[in-house]
Design a protein around this ligand. Structure first.
Ligand code: PA5
Length: 433
């Protein structure tokens, strides 16, 4: 089970308990989007087995690459899990190679992707809750055309699975028309809370990982995080970060010392940024990879403006073992490290950095996780989701909407000439001159 060392004051703990009651009692703003709370225990066997069966079917039929198409909450959870669980250099795969698309509009990215898949056996998972998001829709158009050209329309359809709303949106209509297999994203689960639906489970299963273990980790964590207790780690985290925010710490930096967790940071940024950043409020979520970024962001964190605090996700046990070798010549003067586990050096870097940053006036807290595996990732996903709900209610905002995401879309549609946006287009173009 994860351990945390947050020590908020009694006042903030009480406030966090009140917000916890609102969340658990399903009485707060956005309470029609609380389906994620029940996912670990209530996900039907048919969905779990359905994801596993597609993974087996594609593996047995020789599929070499699965392109997962989605943006925001429709890709970050799976990306975070796969980066965390997979070999850093892409070897020793457990399942099929998964690559991602549709999370940007870059011509270079998607043209490079077509180069990469052109001679490989390909399948695709297209994910969009609304079924109308431009980035994944455009990417899917490109991948679909590629697959239909290579395999014909019928076989391409058998290699495509859509994950979308049960009845609404262009992706649902397209799936019905083309006969794609589909998984439903429940109405009451928002994108950034959807990693434990087929949005995350299907790509993770396809890549060969144990989605049952992930759901078990999430379920065990849910038992802890929905317990009405001042020792509840989600309550402690929400209380501590709100206290820091009210004391002028407007930025939270999620820190890792293992590059495999880089995308956990990206997923966490979306979760907290979209849930809390509204109505002129919210902690700005940032992330760094240490020790790498100690040589880029370290200076600012140590001595720049005192507006941030750090939350370290610390992994107790690495999955691999490597020691520093001895060098009889010792020209680099590093023989004091000979025979030492590299992870021990990493842990000492972590301890030294914690003290240095605290001395520099940056509050530093830790979330410890036993190891990086499916079970522990399930725990982390659930822990952060519950913490986020409590924390946003403490801030006084609705954690489950994202009205600000629409602003850029309107301008982009007008500039691209989307029918219905003619009136805005001229005014917007003038502002760009
Ligand atoms: O959290 C959210 O709701 C958003 O980030 C969405 O996940 C993102 O905008 C993608 O939306 P959709 O799944 O509808 O394509």
């Amino acid at each position: 089970m994860i351990k945390v060392n947050f020590k908020p004051s009694e006042n903030y703990l009480d406030r966090a308990m009140a917000a916890f009651d609102v969340l658990r009692g399903r009485q707060g703003r956005g309470n029609d989007f609380l389906g994620w709370m029940d996912l670990p225990s209530d996900t039907p066997e048919s969905i779990i087995k359905g994801c596993e069966d597609i993974a087996v079917e594609w593996r047995d039929s020789g599929v070499e690459v699965v392109v997962v198409i989605g943006i925001g909450g429709s890709y970050l959870g799976a990306k975070a899990a796969l980066e965390a669980l997979s070999h850093t250099f892409g070897i020793r795969r457990k399942g099929i190679e998964v690559v991602f698309a549709g999370f940007n509009l870059s011509e270079d990215y998607h043209a490079d992707l077509l180069d990469y898949i052109h001679d490989k056996s390909v399948a695709a998972v297209v994910i969009s809750k609304s079924g109308t998001t431009t980035e994944p829709a455009v990417a899917f158009r490109i991948i679909k055309e590629h697959m239909e050209r290579r395999y014909g329309r019928k076989e391409a359809a058998s290699r495509i699975v859509a994950v979308t709303d049960k009845s609404r949106g262009a992706l649902k209509s397209l799936s019905d028309q083309e006969g794609y297999r589909t998984f439903v994203i429940p109405d009451n689960v928002g994108g950034r809370f959807s990693v434990l639906t087929p949005v995350g489970l299907l790509p993770i299963a396809v890549a060969g990982y144990d989605i049952r273990a992930m759901l078990k980790g999430a379920s065990d964590m849910a038992s802890v995080c929905f317990e009405r207790s001042k020792a509840n780690p989600a309550v402690l985290y929400a209380a501590a970060r709100n206290e820091l925010y009210d004391n002028g710490r407007k930025i939270e930096i999620l820190v890792n010392y293992n590059p495999r967790l880089q995308y956990l940071g990206e997923w966490w940024k979306q979760l907290f940024g979209e849930s809390e950043g509204k109505e002129g409020r919210g902690i700005f979520p940032a992330s760094v990879n240490f020790t790498t970024d100690l040589h880029s962001m370290g200076q600012y964190i140590q001595e720049g403006e005192r507006i941030m605090f750090e939350t370290v996700v610390s992994v107790e046990n690495p999955g691999r073992e490597l020691t520093v070798c001895d060098d009889p010549q010792n020209l680099d003067g590093l023989n004091f490290l000979s025979g030492m586990r590299l992870e021990h050096c990493n842990k000492m870097a972590e301890a030294g950095t914690r003290l240095a940053h605290m001395d520099g006036g940056v509050p530093n807290n830790r979330i410890s996780v036993d190891r990086i595996d499916e079970y522990n990732l399930g725990e982390l996903f659930m822990f952060f989701e519950v913490s986020c709900g409590i924390s946003a209610y403490m801030l006084g905002v609705n954690p489950f909407d994202q009205p600000g995401v629409e602003a850029y879309k309107k301008n982009m549609f007008a500039l691209l000439g989307k029918p219905g946006y003619e009136a805005q287009a001229e005014a917007i173009r003038k502002r760009l001159d």
